[in-house]
Design a binder for this molecule. Structure first.
Ligand code: SLL
Length: 152
């Protein structure tokens, strides 16, 4: 294998979750209060599948089959639930890259925490989002992977 000496290529992406209150609407489990979606995606929904091969989301153990493996875009998991929790997101890169998986941590957010207009902090029922921006840096990428990065 040949590596591109002295070259680093970075690619931005976004990860995190959105959540909406169910407002009493029926979920599979009556204790569930929110519907949420976890995702790993490109900026402006740019296709990231040329460098990301699959994403695993390790959910809280209260979920059935807590390790969710998403093999193609959109790299997303939608579920319902009642609680916030910390989870692990593992990004597996295109095998051509020879890169090790990248592990990220995210706190699944369901509730808005900011104070309301009257100044009292409360759990309001409204949609929330919690996203982080990150960039993966491929240092001295393998030449064949570098070509794929340049084409996209
Ligand atoms: C904790 N924050 O860390 C708590 C756990 C678990 C949330 C929150 C769904 C469970 C199900 C759900 O909302 N789990 O579907 O049974 O201990």
């Amino acid at each position: 294998i040949k590596r591109m000496k002295g070259i680093a290529v970075s690619r931005p992406f976004i990860y995190g979750n959105s959540a909406q209150p169910l407002h009493g609407k029926k979920a599979a489990n009556p204790e569930h209060t929110h519907r949420w979606t976890l995702s790993v995606r490109g900026i402006n929904n740019e296709d990231i599948s040329y460098f990301i091969r699959k994403v695993t989301f390790k959910l809280h153990d209260t979920y059935d089959n807590p390790t969710r493996v998403i093999e193609k875009p959109p790299f997303e998991v939608t579920e319902t639930g009642w609680g916030e929790f910390d989870l692990i997101i593992k990004i597996h890169f295109n095998p051509v890259s020879g890169e090790k998986p990248l592990t990220l941590y995210h706190h699944l957010k369901l509730h808005p925490y900011e104070e309301d207009e009257l100044g009292s902090p409360g759990l309001k029922q409204k949609p929330v989002t919690s996203y982080s921006y990150d960039e993966v840096v491929f240092n001295e990428p393998i030449d064949t992977f570098y070509a794929i990065l340049q084409e996209n």
